[in-house]
Design a protein. Structure first.
Length: 144
């Protein structure tokens, strides 16, 4: 199962609005026995979000955010980008109307598909729904 960036930020910051929900979702995923995957894109997005001020938290110092990335790389399978991901991304962009920031979501789906992954755990169900012909969306809220 692929883990979206939007799980890691609230899980990392105690004051984040969805902290408990994100922690519980990650704990359930870790206990599921499924191989849990991320990508370098998720790691970059985490680094950007964790080191900027949030309404509910000061930014993490870069050294702590980089330590988090090391932990993520050791804990999860990291799916690499490359020509096949770019080909999949181009195909998705031709098939499904996307633009602007939505291209980042399409790239996550392209990365998943290039590596044979079909399940995505994300808080962003609404935006990823456009890709539901290709992937299964897993809601972090257990009763949703």
């Amino acid at each position: 199962m692929f883990l979206d960036t939007n799980l890691f930020i609230p899980a990392r910051f105690d004051a984040a609005p969805a902290h408990a929900l994100a922690r519980a979702a990650l704990n359930r995923a870790e206990r599921s026995g499924e191989v849990l995957r991320i990508s370098r894109q998720v790691m970059r997005e985490y680094l950007a979000a964790a080191t900027r001020p949030q309404a509910w938290s000061a930014p993490l110092p870069m050294s702590r955010a980089l330590a988090d990335l090391s932990w993520m790389e050791e804990t999860y399978e990291v799916l690499e980008d490359g020509p096949e991901v770019m080909d999949r991304l181009a195909g998705l962009c031709r098939e499904i109307p996307v633009g602007g920031k939505q291209v980042h979501d399409a790239n996550i789906v392209a990365t998943m598909l290039a590596h044979g992954e079909r399940r995505l755990l994300t808080f962003n169900i609404r935006d990823f729904r456009r890709f539901s012909a290709h992937i299964e969306l897993v809601n972090p809220e257990p009763d949703a």
